[in-house]
Design a protein around this ligand. Structure first.
Ligand code: SAH
Ligand code: SF4
Ligand code: F3S
Length: 443
């Protein structure tokens, strides 16, 4: 029986795609192994969002170039596959399979072609009008599950490859999403994360016609579901009804990831983000006005072409105004096919580096302050697992903060694993990136 190994790079969409691919492979009779050395078939589900991410797959493939990959087959899936297509065979001639995410439903037939002796097989069509749904998904975590609600992206941010690698937006039928969510809860999953490059543009293609806020509210009503999350939200399509849904139902976690990219209107316009700083801050004000304490996170790009010190200062100031609980920050990386390639005033690498450092230090101070304010609070955590080296359990709060905790000594010992359970923890210490605390025994 053939053994396969898969390594996944990139975003949660990719992580979830890999769960679907693994399920498909298992159903085809392959077994999964933990090391590429033990595998007959090595798969990489790739990311192309920045150049560094793209290079990873070539580094991996290079290690098998000179004979060490003999007898193995190699498959490149995901965003680099879609972006580079057959050019991958030239860069890495030992690759046998190149498949973009819109073609995974064809994977079983592509595998048959390989089994029948084909040397080079591709699935690169982007015009799949259906989302990839499969009952075969093999989820990595027994308690938390991803559900894709919308695939692709119809925005045109001038730095971004995603519209080229994942194609046009396709929303799933609400009934199909609801069925999957109910099944997951029946199976014992208590946390669901809804996925899409832009969940706010979700539009139910069935006659129900639900928008994203409606879908969110309806899923949150499923009995037995404890936590509902979603990512990513685009500020242009972010509406007040989403905040209302969060305010009204505590099952929807009080955490919103709303990528701003830049605090400067000039840069936002050149990025073609379709909103201004003012409109973004209006979304933030809805969330700050919610009776629930909504934590916020964001993505920032520094050094976009034309970004001056003054533009960058505006991004720094925005961080201070919003007070995000965490951020993801990146140096601008020029990407193939994208509009920003035509812009001329590139920011020198050294300036990008300094801006990134300054931004991250500024944010670190904000996080230290915000987290200090949480000391003394009681938080419900969802327990992810146990850290042997620190002797602490690892939990996540609804606000998506990591809260590591111990069980009080000299009390009834905890029997078995707490993983997958919900516990109340008193926060006793804080750091820039996490909190620490002690579990309450009465809870
Ligand atoms: N669909 C989501 C996120 C997509 S990619 C959204 O619209 O927000 C995740 C993040 O990667 C982006 O938010 C952006 O901050 C970053 N990113 C995308 N393209 C990039 C590039 N060319 N260079 C640097 N960062 C980039
Ligand atoms: Fe890329 Fe913009 Fe689409 Fe996000 S909204 S995936 S940044 S094009
Ligand atoms: Fe990367 Fe593709 Fe996701 S480019 S971030 S894996 S959509």
């Amino acid at each position: 029986m053939s053994k396969f190994y898969i390594e996944t790079f990139g975003c949660q969409m990719n992580a979830h795609d890999s769960e679907k691919v693994v399920g498909t492979m298992l159903a085809k009779g392959y077994t999964q192994v933990e090391s590429p050395d033990d595998a007959d078939f090595v798969l990489y589900n790739t990311c192309s969002i920045r150049d560094k991410a793209e290079q990873k797959v070539y580094h991996r493939l290079d290690t098998f170039k000179n004979g060490s990959g003999k007898g193995k087959r190699f498959g490149v899936l995901g965003c680099v596959a879609q972006q580079e297509g057959e050019a991958i065979f030239e860069k890495a001639p030992h690759v046998n399979l190149v498949v973009g995410s819109a073609s995974y439903s064809k994977l079983p037939e592509l595998l048959v072609q390989l089994e029948n002796g084909a040397q080079r097989v591709t699935g690169l069509s982007l015009d799949a009008d259906e989302a990839f749904e499969t009952p075969l998904t093999r989820r990595d975590n027994p308690h938390k599950a991803y559900i894709t609600i919308i695939e692709g992206c119809d925005k045109n941010c001038t730095y971004c490859v995603v519209p080229f690698t994942r194609g046009r937006e396709r929303s799933r039928q609400s009934s199909s999403v609801m069925d999957e969510a109910r099944q997951l809860v029946d199976l014992g999953y208590t946390e669901i994360m809804l996925l899409g490059q832009n969940v706010n543009s979700y539009r139910d293609p069935s006659s129900e016609g639900w928008d994203f806020a409606t879908l969110l509210a309806r899923i949150a009503e499923i009995p037995g579901l404890r936590r509902l999350r979603f990512t990513t939200s685009h500020p242009r399509d972010f509406v007040r009804e989403i905040v209302d849904a969060i305010s009204e139902n505590p099952v929807i976690c009080n955490f919103v990831h709303l990528p701003v990219q830049s605090g400067s209107n000039y840069v936002l316009e050149r990025m073609d983000r379709l909103y201004t700083r003012e409109r973004y801050m209006e979304c933030i004000s809805w969330m700050k006005a919610s009776p629930r304490d909504i934590a916020l996170s964001t993505d920032i790009i520094v050094g976009f072409p034309g970004e001056t010190d003054r533009d960058f200062e505006q991004t720094m100031r925005l961080l201070g105004e919003v007070e995000y609980s965490s951020i993801f920050s990146f140096k601008y990386s020029p990407r193939p096919n994208t509009g920003a390639l035509a812009l001329e005033d590139h920011v020198p690498e050294e300036v990008k580096r300094q801006r990134l450092l300054a931004l991250q230090e500024h944010q670190r101070q904000i996080q230290i302050r915000l987290n200090e304010n949480l000391v003394g609070r009681l938080e419900e955590v969802f327990v992810d697992g146990f850290n042997q080296s620190t002797g602490q359990w690892i939990g996540k709060t609804s606000q998506f903060r990591t809260l590591n905790f111990t069980v009080p000594a000299n009390t009834v010992p905890v029997s078995g694993s707490l993983a997958g359970q919900y516990r109340t923890v008193r926060v006793t210490r804080s750091g820039p990136n996490s909190l620490a605390g002690e579990m309450l025994l009465s809870a």
